[in-house]
Design a protein around this ligand. Structure first.
Ligand code: UD1
Length: 420
């Protein structure tokens, strides 16, 4: 079992953020790329890896499967030269859903994969039917019993695979398997998230033949093997977005280094509509609260639409903006859990199924609140930064799953956060 430290966060609200901060590497790009290392042969290093609980789970998973992996100083050294095991341990898959990413690469590399069903989580049931449908089309035999998915195929054969939904995880899993299939596969209605693109670039550098990158139709010409190579992970657009919203909420002004503008275009468009001052220069982003922001309406969608991973933090921002804003969540069915906790801080929010209506108020007030999941946790931290008084935040391990040194970064920008 992965043990979570029982830490509590105390946030004294009221200080505008100011200064310069660097983004970390993207967790959601790192996890599938680590899984893709199963497909490779040799020794190499991945850099700009965030030091996060989820990353350590995937590193442990690789070691359990026979891929040597060590994490030091934001770098993972891979040594994939031994025989692989094809059974993913239950405790690692249940510790993190993204562990299911090993299914496609294991199947392609060894002909077998036995991976426990990942199950749902706080934000939704999160089925894996689209992943399994893709593996089946590539020729895999699938058995599900005793809570495990067993996949096997002597040879994977190329296929035309149309995804019922542009799922990020399914696109990545199927894509990884198709790299070693015989022939040319096509994935249509593929996810186009920057993290999918980063995986494609990594695989192509390793010798895969993927084209159509950055589009909804990927073409994968199967190859016999992939070699290892050094690779630098993209910046975390969700961490950057969360810092941007924290700045606007505290009426501050910050400079974020290591930013890729095109990864953030939908968020930047929405924030500019609301009156935020945002400037980009090379890989730097400058954001400043100049005048009172106006309310807005957003709807989450797959990339390039507004990211569901920024929805909770937007709800916190809308809570302190004059006027009525709304959010429609179309990606996950149960992703408004931050609303209850924001209401404890005085926010005026009404939820109608997948729709939230937020009436902005002058000021939130401090409260004891509980993080229910990663992004909900980030929303609560941002809200606490502007609430009157000192808020107490529980279940910090959710935040630690996805934000590297978040409160240290905020404190360096002037926030008053203490963790015990
Ligand atoms: C990934 C991210 C997660 C992010 C999400 C949306 C990682 C590790 N996780 O999750 O942080 O919130 O993208 O950007 O990168 N679905 C099915 N069947 C499937 C697969 C998905 O019905 O087989 C549904 C899901 O229940 C959900 C929707 O598709 O309603 C989107 O899920 P998906 O894009 O797969 O998200 P994840 O890859 O799980």
């Amino acid at each position: 079992m992965i043990k979570h430290k029982k830490q509590v966060m105390f946030v004294e609200g009221g200080t505008p953020l100011s200064g310069t901060v660097s983004s970390s590497g993207a967790k959601n790009a790192t996890l599938p790329i680590l899984a893709a290392c199963i497909l490779t042969n040799g020794s190499f290093s991945l850099t700009n890896i965030p030091n996060l609980a989820d990353i350590h789970v995937m590193v442990s998973m690789l070691n359990e499967l026979g891929v040597g992996a060590t994490f030091t100083n934001n770098t993972v050294h891979i040594n994939n030269t031994s025989q692989l095991h094809h059974t993913a341990p239950y405790h690692l898959v249940t510790a993190m859903r993204a562990s299911f990413f090993v299914a496609g690469p294991l199947l392609a590399k060894t002909g077998h994969a036995c991976v426990p069903l990942p199950g749902g989580c706080a934000i939704g049931t999160r089925p894996i039917d689209i992943h399994l449908d893709g593996f089946k089309k590539l020729g895999a035999t699938i058995h599900i019993d005793h809570g495990n998915v067993s996949l096997s195929a002597n040879t994977l054969r190329a296929a035309n695979i149309h995804l019922a939904y542009p799922s990020v995880g399914a696109t990545e899993n199927i894509l990884m398997a198709a790299c070693l299939a015989e022939g040319t596969s096509y994935i249509s209605n593929a996810a186009q998230e920057p993290e999918v693109t980063d995986l494609c670039y990594f695989l192509n550098k390793a010798g895969a033949k993927i084209s159509g990158i950055n589009s909804s139709c990927l073409t994968i010409e199967g190859v016999r093997s992939l070699k290892g190579l050094d690779y630098n992970i993209i910046p975390d657009r969700i961490e950057i977005g969360t810092l941007m919203l924290a700045t606007l909420m505290t009426k501050g002004s910050i400079h974020i280094k290591n930013v890729v503008e095109k990864h953030l275009s939908s968020l930047i468009t929405v924030l500019k509509q609301m009156g935020a001052a945002i400037k980009l220069k090379q890989d730097s982003l400058f954001i400043e609260y100049k005048n009172p922001l106006t309310s807005n309406n957003i709807e989450t969608h797959p990339f390039p639409g507004f990211p569901t991973d920024m929805q909770a933090q937007m709800m916190a921002l809308f809570s302190v903006i004059n006027g009525t804003s709304s959010i429609t969540e179309t990606v996950f069915e149960n992703r408004f859990q931050q609303a209850q906790e924001l209401k404890r801080m005085g926010a005026e929010i009404r939820i109608l199924k997948d729709h939230a209506i937020i009436q902005g108020i002058e000021q939130l007030s401090s409260a004891e609140v509980k993080m229910s999941d990663l992004r909900a946790g980030a929303a609560l931290v941002n809200a606490a930064l502007v609430a009157k008084g000192t808020s107490t935040l529980f279940n910090l391990y959710h935040l630690q799953r996805g934000y590297e040194c978040y409160w240290e970064k905020l404190n360096a920008l002037g926030a008053k956060i203490r963790v015990n």
